[in-house]
Design a protein around this ligand. Structure first.
Ligand code: C2E
Ligand code: CA
Ligand code: CA
Ligand code: CA
Length: 276
């Protein structure tokens, strides 16, 4: 049998491991990282085939640790969602964006997009958070665009739809993000007040690869035209993909082919170059 001392030290190790695990939860790390300004925002330009220039940009959160290491957004966002800190993180994002945007020179009507989590949509502060942000950047006359996923429209649909209609009546736009990857119920396309739809990168990839998936892409584009929704193609990487989409009336293009996400300084320089 194990001597008493061994039992005690095993017990101690288990307790310490539990304590450590609890102490360095993602939520705590994220809170600490917000305080020490480890988060920043990158912006990816969106191209319009109609006006033949940049139409706006999407804000993408970045987390860099003091040692320089980056944590991938899809990782920390999903932990922030599951540990109930996504609302605070998005409020932090809105603060960072408002600071960055003060230094931008853009034409009125420039779209500024951000990703909104399901929990935030349902949160009592949601409308107020977005309106406060819009007020802070008011002098730029931008159009605030909210990117929601299909999943976030399922719960509490009626209340969410009311909030979205309210924000739209104040000039904001609503887009469905990653379209085609979630619960593909088409009914909410009719019931929700949507302005445009972002087709997931997976369908765009298929333009050069698996021929079999292209009919689905064509069907989505046709559906959008019928419903009078604008379409945005995400993750466009090649001229072939770009041409394919443009010929089928996809007016908005986002992807490495046009521009990569960039930090605030590089975006400002890039915007100035475009303006010339
Ligand atoms: P998303 O909203 O679909 O954002 C687009 C992602 O595709 C970004 O990845 C972007 O860098 C990447 N991308 C853009 N163009 C191309 C391309 O041509 N090729 C390829 N291969 N990739 C491209 P990122 O920045 O890693 O973000 C991943 C996801 O994390 C986002 O997907 C979004 O769901 C989430 N996310 C990022 N920032 C936020 C945020 O502030 N709030 C919330 N709730 N989610 C965020
Ligand atoms: Ca997005
Ligand atoms: Ca997307
Ligand atoms: Ca995505």
């Amino acid at each position: 049998f194990l001597p008493m001392a061994a039992i005690f030290s095993i017990l101690l190790m288990v307790l310490t491991a539990n304590w450590l695990r609890r102490r360095i939860s993602w939520a705590d790390e994220i809170r600490r990282a917000m305080r020490s300004r480890q988060f920043s925002v990158h912006y990816q330009p969106v191209y319009s085939t109609e006006i033949e220039r940049c139409k706006g940009a999407e804000a993408l959160l970045r987390w860099q640790l003091p040692n320089g290491e980056m944590i991938r957004p899809d990782i920390f966002i999903s932990h922030a969602e599951s540990e109930g800190i996504i609302v605070q993180l998005t409020q932090h994002l809105l603060d960072l964006m408002a600071e960055d945007i003060q230094g931008w020179e853009v034409e009125p009507g420039f779209h500024i997009g951000l990703n909104v989590a399901a929990e935030h949509l349902q949160h009592a502060d949601f409308v107020q958070d977005i309106q406060r942000f819009a007020r802070r950047i008011k002098d730029k006359q931008m159009v605030v665009t909210l990117e929601l996923t299909e999943r976030s429209l399922i719960d509490d649909g009626e209340l969410v739809a009311r909030k979205l209609r309210y924000l739209q009546s104040h000039g904001m736009k609503v887009a469905i993000d990653d379209f085609g990857t979630g619960h593909c119920s088409l009914s909410y396309l009719l019931t929700f007040p949507l302005d445009y739809l972002k087709i997931d990168r997976g369908f765009i990839n298929a333009i050069e690869g698996l021929e079999a998936e292209t009919p689905v892409l064509d069907a989505i584009i046709n559906l959008c035209h019928k419903l009078k929704l604008d379409v945005l193609g995400e993750g466009v990487e090649t001229s072939l993909q770009y041409e394919y989409l443009r010929q089928r009336g996809v007016v908005l293009i986002q992807g490495y082919y046009y521009a990569r996400p960039m930090d605030n300084d590089r975006l400002r320089a890039w915007l100035n170059e475009q303006g010339r």
